[in-house]
Write a protein that binds this ligand. Structure first.
Ligand code: UDP
Ligand code: MG
Length: 354
């Protein structure tokens, strides 16, 4: 290579950063009891990655599966140098599994993807293209959610419109966790210390230059959804309470309005007593007021409870997840508590070099 070539390639590298030189792409795939679909996902992903001119790394995060998923992942990791399998010590939930993946990813860009093929790997090249154009976040936008039931679409729609009107951050409509993030964005998310990790909220909170790529969300390839309505309700509650203090503050206003009405009503009663004397009826209205106020009080105490329970979780400072094992190309070893990605890497490199 002549000096001129070197300067040219350096100039190109600086102009486009790592995005144009030899970028590394990390794929984070959380899985929980996905034995029925994991093979299909792995092969579909490998086909797509083979056509991209970058160095991929596939991080499967097994979120405490009880079926064949772990054995299958161990086999992939053993045979394929691109695959790294993290086994969490139990089921911590998808949000924690994604956090584990982000902590262990080393790529210049990172993609989070479901393993049931509902996030089609074929969209990945479009994500990478947009990233190369300079976007820091490229998220998948579902144009057709016919694969979801009416009730799920309806409740999801209501949740996002309420969330966006009540919290400071805006989550784009019809998006899930399927997205590409630049290294800078990943570092920003890793800085957020909270234990209750509502990832869609955290992704939106960090901001950065974002764009959408539209895709049709197909039915689940095999197996069944891990989210029932009770889980989704708790997930939504977590989202609200983590990103909005409006439910906490609204009670001062409700209280003020109720107190004003009470004052007006009391004035009306005093005036009517002065004008027409004491009148006995009033039992029904009295009971209505007492019950209504009792209900409002219990409700507001419940809201306080929601926030206090989350404060309680935060002050305990427990790790978001615990990694049991990391498996990569025939090196399976027990793992220290809570993934310290930098230490893992150093350790792996050292043991690899030895
Ligand atoms: N998942 C996980 N931990 C859980 C539940 C789900 O890692 O506790 C993974 C799951 O294996 C899948 C992704 O999260 O790759 C999305 O889950 P699912 O398809 O059940 O959700 P849905 O598409 O029905 O919203
Ligand atoms: Mg799914």
């Amino acid at each position: 290579m002549t000096a001129r070539d070197t300067i040219k390639s350096l100039e190109e590298a600086f102009a486009g950063g790592v995005r144009k030189a030899h970028p590394r792409l990390s794929i984070i795939a959380p899985c929980y009891n996905e034995a029925a679909t994991i093979d299909a996902f792995y092969y579909a992903l490998k086909t797509v990655l083979g056509d991209l001119s970058l160095t991929p790394e596939i991080i499967f995060v097994d979120d405490g599966s009880e079926d064949e998923t772990r054995a299958k992942l161990a086999r992939f990791a053993d045979k394929d140098a691109l695959v790294k399998a993290l086994f969490l010590s139990r089921n911590f939930g998808k949000e924690a599994a994604m956090s584990a993946g982000l902590d262990h990813a080393t790529g210049d860009a990172v993609i989070v993807i479901d393993t049931d093929l509902q996030d089609p790997p074929e969209v990945i090249p479009e994500f990478v293209e947009k990233w190369r154009e300079g976007f820091d976040v490229v998220y998948g936008k579902r144009v057709d959610r016919q694969s979801d039931t009416f009730l799920k679409r309806f409740t999801a729609g209501k949740f996002y419109s309420l969330f966006n009107s009540m919290s400071g951050v805006k989550i784009p409509e019809n998006t899930g966790d399927f997205r590409l993030m630049d290294r800078r964005v990943v570092e920003a998310i890793k800085q957020l210390p909270e234990r209750s990790r509502f990832m869609k909220g955290l992704f939106a909170w960090v901001g950065y230059n974002s764009t959408a790529v539209e895709y049709v969300r197909p039915e689940r390839n095999a197996g069944s959804s891990k989210f029932n309505y009770w889980k989704l309700w708790n997930f939504a509650l977590d989202g609200f309470v983590s990103f909005s203090s409006a439910p906490l503050r609204v009670w001062s206003y409700v209280g003020a309005v109720v107190a004003s009405f009470a004052f007006l009503y009391a004035s009306a009663i005093i005036i009517s007593v002065l004008l027409t004397g004491i009148d006995l009826p009033g039992y029904a209205s009295l009971l209505t007021f007492v019950l209504f106020l009792g209900g409002v009080q219990i409700l507001s105490i419940g809201v306080l409870g929601e926030y206090i329970s989350r404060l309680f979780i935060e002050v305990k400072q427990r790790p978001v997840y615990i990694v049991d094992r990391v498996i990569e190309s025939s090196k399976a070893k027990p793992h220290a508590i809570n993934g310290d990605a930098a230490a893992d890497l150093a350790e792996n490199e050292a043991s690899g070099a030895a």
